[in-house]
Ligand binder design. Sequence first.
Ligand code: 6GU
Length: 251
Amino acid sequence: MRFDIISVFPEFFRVLDLSLIGKAQERGILSIGCHDLRDWTDDPHRTVDDTPAGGGAGMVMRPDVWGKAIDAVMEPDGGENVVVGPTVLAIPTPSGYPLTQRTCERIAREAEHVIVACGRYEGIDARVAEHYGAKGVRVIEYSLGDYVLNGGEVAAVALVEAVGRLLPGMVGNPESLVEESHGAAGLLEYPVYTRPVSWRDAHIPEVLLSGDHGAAARWRKDRALEKTATRRPDMIPVIDAEGLDKKDRAT
Ligand code: 6GU
């Protein structure tokens, strides 16, 4: 999979050379290009924004500069970065659709090329998303949650990591993708423990040490349901009933 990230802070993305995503780049599972939006300006001040039409506070990013930048990274260059297949234009914004594990799974499965357009200030002129959507590009305006960041850069890193870790060959044990929070069960993950068995007067629950795998699985399911009900009651109605059993319903 190819990612192209466009931002006025391209240096921000050096973080993606670290850890598992850095390794994945070395192994050729994914490649990431980071681009300075100002490279597509043509005035001496390298201006990317202007005052909002209709008035109001702040500045809005210009569609002409963004259009040139997105067109440029969308074009297969015939070189080593040539990309074929479905392109997604991802636009981080606090007014976007909440980014979910299901969306990340779909992108990982269906997209070959993800362009992330990082806005700053009051956002990107709305015609940019409309234009590429009308051209048949899959446009995803997404939000990380109900709080405001200064720009899309952190959200771009979040998307690359959340999608990147789902790509074939990324995670050593694919079972860890099923068991995790927001995994197939649609529950938050149960609490986890490791040695030492006793730490500061706190003990690992006996059932996990008993060797009874059925009982341990039952305990984990109960804790996952309990945690989900407490922390994310909004997730309860969308739990897949097929994944529940009589004992789940009784608790
Ligand atoms: Cl995607 N962008 C910005 N600027 N703020 C956010 C966000 C995104 N998600 C939550 N807050």
